[in-house]
Design a protein around this ligand. Structure first.
Ligand code: FES
Ligand code: FES
Length: 225
């Protein structure tokens, strides 16, 4: 005898849809809490899996009691209010959230905060100050290497790592390749590259715009005639 429509292995289609819907709703709740940086203990009805971590953050000891699902990016921005690190895609595609863990660049949106226990974390707030900029920050100003500035903290954290890794002093293509994980929707790429290469010491420390040939209209006419 054929099964009833909508019943499979003893589970009715209605039961299946109800269960699936509940899972999706729960998933959305977790996602919203993560985006808001809330811990499970702050989320009524959700199970609590918390862990105590301690790290060295920008040179100072920092403890935090976190939901095990918290990303490093959300811990930094939502709990510790270090908003210099930016959330762009939140899925590892743009580089806006780049920070250093034990001196290596990582995407903080893909790093669980629990994994940095006992490690050294450096964010854009830890590499310079208004009175004493990091050389790469000075180079970004000199080269006009930003427009809206949203990608800039991630670009600078990646640029410092790129220089320390030795990828900024080879060919321009090599430096560009090793900075390619950091997207800039304003397309300031030539100036970002110039700032990184100048800081690495392979290019003269000048504003790239000052090297653009400026012609009078008469000279321009003569040049194309
Ligand atoms: Fe992390 Fe885009 S926010 S890679
Ligand atoms: Fe606007 Fe890079 S300066 S995204």
């Amino acid at each position: 005898m054929p099964r009833n429509h909508g019943e499979t292995n003893g589970v009715s289609r209605r039961d299946f849809m109800n269960t699936s819907g509940a899972v999706l709703v729960a998933g959305n709740v977790v996602r919203k809490e993560q985006q808001a940086g809330l811990s499970a203990s702050e989320s009524p009805g959700m199970p609590t899996y918390s862990v105590e971590i301690e790290m060295k953050l920008n040179g100072a000891s920092q403890k935090a009691n976190i939901d095990t699902r918290t990303t490093l990016l959300d811990l930094l921005r939502e709990r510790l209010h270090l908003t210099g690190t930016k959330k762009g895609c939140d899925q590892g595609a743009c580089g806006a959230c780049t920070v250093h863990v034990n001196g290596k660049r990582v995407l903080s949106c893909l790093t669980l905060a629990a994994t940095v226990h006992g490690k050294e974390v450096t964010t854009i707030e830890g590499i310079g100050s208004v009175d004493e900029l990091h050389p790469l920050q000075e180079a970004f100003l000199r080269c006009d290497a930003y427009q809206c500035g949203y990608c800039t903290p991630g670009q600078i954290m990646s640029g410092i790592a790129c220089i320390e890794e030795g990828h900024a002093t080879g060919s321009e293509e090599e430096a560009r390749e090793w900075m390619s994980g950091n997207l800039c929707r304003c397309s300031a790429y030539p100036n970002i590259l110039a700032a990184v290469r100048q800081t690495a010491g392979v290019e003269e420390a000048v504003d790239p715009a000052s090297q653009v040939l400026s012609l009078t209209s008469q000279q321009a006419r003569e040049a194309v005639s």
